[in-house]
Write a protein that binds this ligand. Structure first.
Ligand SMILES: [Zn+2]
Length: 237
């Protein structure tokens, strides 16, 4: 851990291009500015996320990967990994878990950021997308204990122990990250997803969300997490 609580490395696992920007990008931008090496893993190409007549899934996948790379460049993310699953059909399979173990063992993040797989709906007006739940479930299952088990999938890399999981969207948060200085970067990154936003300017809504989260801790803008700190077993480093 570096100064001001900034980790040395982190990995964000999301289902779709734009999920990270709607949820955790203020934290990502803050950590990246503080010297953290951040990797994004995007499970699907978001290639069903369009109502535009005539567009194909292949064309949309290219557009959405390009938008995600631009968003990550805005945030200072070091690398983006696309797993290439189809939008709308993601499941927390062993295959997905193994691919996430591969990414964790390769990039060796100190912290994995995901959303909450148990969250079925929010605020009485939104059912959490099944892809979000699937990606989050697979991310947490890959994080611990799978990534640190030497006999599990040795062909995808040497074991790595993640120190903490940051779970976004849980209603029992125990960590608030002050994003007052990076809220504008979060919004700028979100705006890179032009195919999803159309003419809509998300600024007001995103600021309302982060102000609401920050209120409890006297912060102008915040993102909150349920942080799980994994116990270090005797004899491991
Ligand atoms: Zn999504």
């Amino acid at each position: 851990m570096q100064q001001d609580g900034v980790p040395e490395s982190a990995m964000v696992v999301v289902a779709h291009p734009d999920d990270g920007e709607f949820t955790v990008a203020g934290t990502v931008a803050k950590w990246a500015k503080g010297g953290c090496r951040v990797t994004y893993v995007v499970c699907t190409d978001g290639n069903a996320g369009s109502h535009e007549p005539g567009i194909t899934r292949e064309e949309l996948a290219v557009i959405r990967r390009t938008e995600q790379r631009a968003a990550c460049a805005t945030l200072g993310v070091s690398e983006v990994v696309f797993l290439g699953y189809d939008d709308g059909q993601l499941e927390p399979t062993l295959d997905l878990r193994r691919e996430l173990v591969r990414a964790i063992r390769h990039h060796k993040p100190e912290i994995v950021i995901s959303s909450d797989p148990t969250r079925l709906f929010f605020n009485g007006d939104y059912i959490n997308h099944p892809d979000h739940r699937a990606a989050a479930q697979a991310a947490l299952d890959a994080t611990a204990p799978a990534s640190e088990m030497p006999l599990l999938w040795p062909e995808v890399g040497a074991p790595h122990r993640v120190r903490q999981a940051y779970v976004h969207g849980n209603d029992q948060a125990n960590e608030w990250v002050d994003i007052t200085e990076t809220i504008d970067l979060k919004i700028a990154a979100l705006k890179q997803h032009a195919s999803q936003l159309g003419d809509w300017d998300p600024t007001e809504m995103v600021k309302e969300w982060s102000a609401e989260v920050g209120k409890e801790k006297g912060l102008a803008h915040a993102e909150s997490y349920r942080v799980i700190t994994f116990q270090q077993l005797p004899g491991t480093d």
